[in-house]
Design a protein around this ligand. Structure first.
Ligand SMILES: *[C@@H]1O[C@H](CO)[C@@H](O)[C@H](O)[C@H]1NC(C)=O
Ligand SMILES: *[C@@H]1O[C@H](CO)[C@@H](O)[C@H](O)[C@H]1NC(C)=O
Ligand SMILES: *[C@@H]1O[C@H](CO)[C@@H](O)[C@H](O)[C@H]1NC(C)=O
Ligand SMILES: *[C@@H]1O[C@H](CO)[C@@H](O)[C@H](O)[C@H]1NC(C)=O
Ligand SMILES: *[C@@H]1O[C@H](CO)[C@@H](O)[C@H](O)[C@H]1NC(C)=O
Ligand SMILES: *[C@@H]1O[C@H](CO)[C@@H](O)[C@H](O)[C@H]1NC(C)=O
Ligand SMILES: *[C@@H]1O[C@H](CO)[C@@H](O)[C@H](O)[C@H]1NC(C)=O
Ligand SMILES: *[C@@H]1O[C@H](CO)[C@@H](O)[C@H](O)[C@H]1NC(C)=O
Length: 797
């Protein structure tokens, strides 16, 4: 049977291929191809549903003489053609196309321009799938048959990429942490033929996936990957599905997102030493954190919010700059820079210890046990000075109203390391106190602390004050005290030799705080005496009253201590006369410098300075020289009661030799000046400690010659220079002063050891007040250089 059948089919095939006329015949008999045949081969063609299929059919004749008559398309099983291409009786261009409207209809068109020609079918449908035959009839050549199998491909209709929890990953996996893992599922629905699923990581396929489900309609595949590394960031993971080369594969992609811990943090410019009040910029850099590191500065354990902060961030690096002004209290403090991954909550830190140099910072306060508003005279107070300094301060000094305060145990001033103690304070201790200290960075001082010492009232004006008054003259006596608190009450008292009584408060008024004014009138001699004014405040009663001596007005006393000096001022020579005002007789006085001869001429009229009671009466030298020989210079004090006794000016000195020579002769004839030339022989050896200067007036017999009222003599001896100030004539008992003039090579200190009317013993001491060695020597006549207009004779016995 088999053998027979095989022969039969072979014979048939042979007949089919050779005998074309059969086909032609059968087709002509009503467009039906009833001939059973077996095509040589079947060609497979794929088309995507909805798109265009192209079923090839070669219609090229074998020879040029031949030409195609007709092309017919059949569905595999059907005997009727579903498309015809008819060239019979017309030109090829004008061939007749016919498509069975119950089959492809308008969707099909036979395209002959292409090689091979092909039947194109638009809008391919699922049931277009099948086997088609193309029969080509030629004029001469035998008919050809081609068999084409059309496979209609349905692309997958859904591809999902989701995580274990079933959530669509939406393009991003993660964020993962280092060492973390992830699982992805790819779900595919639809598609014919069934598509294949592929996973790719960074475009490299991976085999290691698990198919969880495949029921022919749905495929679910899973990958699980662990041990994430930093470089996984931005890895692309792709799930692809494909079932035809006609379409690019369906795919879903996700990028790996990661959270990365910072790799480093560094304060890149740790300063060795910072200087207070000098701005400093610190830079802290952190790499590797994702999301970017947040950099925070700390001082000790607190966020550092002072200064200027600025931050720069890119994907891998965060740079923070802190511009700060170091403060003294920052010395020794730790500055930390912390780089935080805000998501992972991991941080790295870098730090350093600040070393800040600064001028001393001083705070000064009254001792804490003291109530600053309740310090009274006699209390003990103390101040404390707190110092912070780097480098350490050299020393502390104390100032009271900007004057240095020195330790003085006898007066109760103690200075210890950091405190100042004042025992038994008085009114004058009140004021502003500061402490100061210095180091290499400079000196600074504390804020001033005011020490208020409350005190009982004291007289705020000269006391006693002599007030001259005529009988019945109305007086207003003003008494001013100083007191703290200033809230005072006054009372007045009257004293004279016979009685003492309190003045009725009706007679005085307080004119503002610390002043009281008493209206007084001496009605009889008995009303002359002392008015005493005393005030009281909360601290106490005024100890010594302000005393007003009410005296009958009188002519003034003569001025005292008159001295003369030749001075040059603006190239004019003057005789500068200076006197101390005497008692004014209870009335305002003024002073005159008079030339007394046959008549009295007033040369100068002046009043005394109110505070120092010094009177200056300057007269030009030319005026003096114009005086006649018998005129004498006198100083007189005057008030409305009259003039004082005149005080003659006996000493007028011409400094330069010519003038002196001239004036000496003139002086003898013109001025009754009794001044004698004084020569001082000071004998001092270079090393001697003891100098005995014997002074004696040369003109001993002229006993009425007066000692100078006050004089200073400069003595040069053995290269050293001394100034000796002699006592005034009216006080011969007081000792002269040895004044050390300023000079570069400071002379030794000298003190007056003892003196009587003739002998002056001067002792030299070295700087620590121990006597140097004594030495005797031969006296010698010394050079006398006059500083004041006085001359002395020095005789060495
Ligand atoms: C993967 O990560 C999850 C949570 O992130 C964890 O519970 C699980 O143990 C991890 N598995 C592996 C194999 O590391
Ligand atoms: C990672 O991918 C994101 C998003 O595409 C991109 O902005 C970023 O620059 C990438 N980072 C790196 C380090 O490649
Ligand atoms: C980020 O900034 C740092 C410092 O300016 C630089 O070195 C680095 O190249 C930058 N990185 C990127 C990804 O821009
Ligand atoms: C100490 O104080 C007393 C009395 O105020 C004064 O006389 C003396 O000169 C002072 N001593 C020193 C060393 O200042
Ligand atoms: C005033 O008189 C009283 C009593 O006679 C006497 O104690 C007091 O010392 C006198 N005061 C003055 C300043 O004379
Ligand atoms: C001197 O001056 C006073 C006022 O200062 C005046 O009262 C007096 O009369 C003057 N005396 C002479 C002599 O000019
Ligand atoms: C007098 O001379 C002294 C010293 O030169 C000077 O201080 C004073 O002001 C002068 N007085 C007058 C009134 O010129
Ligand atoms: C007068 O001069 C002497 C010595 O020069 C001095 O001690 C005295 O204090 C002076 N008198 C007055 C009131 O200035």
């Amino acid at each position: 049977m088999d053998a027979f059948g095989g022969k039969f089919w072979r014979a048939f095939l042979f007949a089919f291929i050779l005998d074309c006329s059969v086909c032609q015949l059968s087709w002509t008999e009503g467009h039906e191809d009833l001939v059973d045949f077996v095509p040589v081969s079947t060609m497979g063609v794929e088309a995507v549903v909805g798109r265009t299929a192209s079923l090839p059919c070669d219609i090229e004749p074998d020879s040029n003489e031949d030409r195609v008559y007709m092309v017919l398309w059949f569905r595999h099983a059907g005997g009727k053609p579903l498309y015809s291409f008819d060239v019979r009786g017309r030109s090829f261009n004008k061939a007749l196309h016919w498509s069975d409207p119950t089959a492809f209809g308008r969707r099909a068109y036979f395209v002959t321009m292409s090689r091979p020609s092909a039947l194109t079918v638009d809008g391919v449908q699922l049931d277009d799938e099948g086997v088609y035959r193309c029969r080509v009839d030629f004029k001469n050549s035998p008919t050809r048959n081609f068999q084409i199998k059309l496979n209609v491909v349905v692309p997958p209709h859904q591809l999902l990429l989701y995580d274990e929890a079933g959530h669509d990953v939406a393009g991003v996996v993660g964020p993962l942490e280092e060492g973390g893992n992830f699982t992805l599922l790819c779900e595919l629905r639809g598609g014919r033929p069934q598509p294949t699923l592929t996973w790719l990581i960074n475009n490299k396929p991976i085999e290691d996936h698990t198919v969880l489900k495949n029921d022919g309609k749905v495929i679910v595949s899973r990958i699980s990957i662990g041990g994430a590394e930093r470089n996984w960031l931005n890895t692309s993971i792709r799930c692809q599905a494909t079932n035809t080369p006609l379409l690019s594969p369906h795919e879903r992609t996700a990028r790996v997102e990661m959270h990365l811990r910072p790799l480093s943090v560094l304060i890149s410019n740790k300063p060795g030493q910072m200087s207070a009040d000098m701005e400093m910029t610190l830079v802290c850099v952190s790499h590797g954190s994702r999301p970017p590191a947040q950099i925070t500065w700390f001082r000790e354990n607190r966020r550092y919010t002072r200064g200027k902060h600025s931050e720069f961030t890119n994907e891998t690096t965060t740079v923070s700059r802190l511009t700060m002004l170091p403060q003294p209290e920052d010395d020794g403090a730790i500055i930390r820079c912390r780089a935080d991954n805000p998501v992972l909550r991991v941080a790295l830190e870098d730090s350093f210890m600040m070393s800040v140099v600064y001028r001393p910072v001083l705070t000064m306060a009254l001792g804490s046990t003291l109530n600053p508003n309740d310090i009274k005279e006699g209390d003990d107070v103390y101040f404390e000075c707190n110092i912070k300094a780097n480098p350490k301060e050299h020393r502390i000094t104390w100032y009271h109203n900007d004057e240095p305060v020195l330790q003085n145990i006898s007066s109760g001033v103690f200075i210890s390391t950091k405190s100042l103690v004042l025992q038994r304070v008085t009114k004058v201790d009140g004021g502003l106190y500061t402490c100061r200290a210095a180091n290499q960075m400079g000196e600074s001082h504390s804020r001033a602390v005011y020490l208020r010492v409350q005190y009982a009232p004291t007289c705020a004006q000269p006391s006693p004050l002599v007030v001259g008054a005529r009988l019945d003259e109305p007086l207003r006596v003003r008494c001013t005290v100083s007191a703290d608190p200033a809230d005072v009450s006054f009372y007045w008292q009257f004293n004279n030799s016979g009685e003492s009584f309190q003045v009725s408060p009706a007679r005085y008024v307080s004119t503002g705080g610390t002043t009281s004014e008493l209206r007084y009138r001496a009605a009889s001699e008995r009303d002359y005496g002392a008015l005493l004014c005393r005030a009281t405040n909360s601290v106490g009663r005024q100890k010594r009253p302000c005393v007003f001596q009410i005296v009958p007005a009188a002519r003034p006393s003569p001025p005292r201590n008159c001295t003369t000096n030749r001075v040059l001022k603006n190239n004019l020579a003057y005789l500068a006369v200076k006197c101390v005002a005497g008692y004014d007789g209870g009335l305002t006085q003024h002073f005159t410098l008079d030339a007394v001869g046959e008549i009295t001429r007033v040369l100068v009229n002046a009043s005394a300075g109110s505070s120092d009671l010094i009177v200056h009466l300057n007269v030009s030298w030319s005026t003096l020289e114009s005086l006649s020989e018998d005129e004498e210079l006198v100083v007189t004090a005057r008030n409305s009661k009259g003039a004082s006794d005149p005080v003659p000016l006996r000493e007028v000195v011409f400094r330069d030799a010519a003038k002196r020579a001239e004036s000496t002769t003139r002086a003898e004839s013109k001025f009754p000046l009794a001044a004698t030339l004084a020569a001082l022989a000071a004998i001092l050896t270079a090393v001697s400690a003891v100098v005995i200067v014997l002074l004696r007036k040369r003109n001993d017999n002229s006993s009425n010659s007066k000692r100078p009222s006050q004089s200073v003599v400069q003595v040069d001896a053995e290269g050293r220079r001394y100034l000796i100030a002699y006592p005034p004539a009216d006080k011969p008992e007081s000792k002269p002063d040895i004044l050390n003039p300023k000079s570069d090579n400071e002379p030794p200190r000298v003190v007056l050891e003892s003196c009587d009317s003739k002998n002056y013993v001067i002792r030299e001491v070295n700087s620590d007040h121990r006597p140097a060695a004594y030495n005797s020597h031969t006296p010698d006549e010394g050079l006398v250089n006059l500083y004041s207009p006085l001359f002395f004779t020095i005789t060495i016995p």
